[in-house]
Design a binder for this molecule. Structure first.
Ligand code: CMX
Length: 140
């Protein structure tokens, strides 16, 4: 537990075939929500499973060509794509991270899965892991 300022929200895994990956994780006992969300602006299709009181597992399939997931799959193959921390105030967190020298992908937060406000820290700035920060709208 990192404290209310920064909780693990989800671990995201890039997969070649979303429904096959859901089956694989369900065989392990992880129960996925029925809904699938397509985020056109990110070029992804997602499936979520709640794994504890805070954190979810997100499976990410490419939706269309040329998006970050299709590029990741081409280059690295399926595997862990990013970690996401939820924060209570994303603008304040982005400002703090920039002041500490982290390289953020967006000047302003974008809208991500579940209509959250999101931004990302570039993997070159974290030692090789893409880190998403997310603020749930109307929650936390
Ligand atoms: N994890 C770790 N390293 C990664 C990475 C990832 N997910 N994606 C790319 N990289 C590495 C590349 O392999 C490359 O490393 P080398 O230079 O050592 O070969 C380096 O980062 C490349 O960086 P780049 O050329 O600046 O950028 P890319 O075109 O590869 O894109 C990134 C990387 C992070 C900018 C892009 O994936 C992006 O914009 N991501 C944010 C959006 C996103 O990921 N959306 C999908 C999820 C949405 C959701 O969960 O809702």
């Amino acid at each position: 537990m990192l404290g209310k300022d920064c909780l693990l929200d989800h671990v995201a895994i890039a997969v070649d075939d979303l429904e096959k990956a859901v089956e694989t994780y369900e065989a392990m006992g992880v129960k996925f929500q029925e809904e699938r969300e397509i985020i056109e602006s990110q070029g992804v299709k997602t499936a979520f499973a709640q794994v504890d009181e805070n954190a979810q597992l997100e499976l990410l399939g490419a939706h269309g060509e040329g998006g970050p997931i299709s590029k990741f799959l081409e280059k690295k193959g399926p595997g862990i794509h990013h970690l996401c921390f939820k924060v209570p105030d994303i603008e304040a967190k982005c400002k703090e991270l920039k002041e500490k020298g982290f390289r953020l992908l967006y000047e302003e937060p974008a809208i991500g899965a579940h209509s959250c406000k999101v931004n990302f820290i570039h993997p070159k700035s974290t030692g090789g892991v893409l880190v998403e920060i997310s603020q749930k709208m109307g929650e936390i």
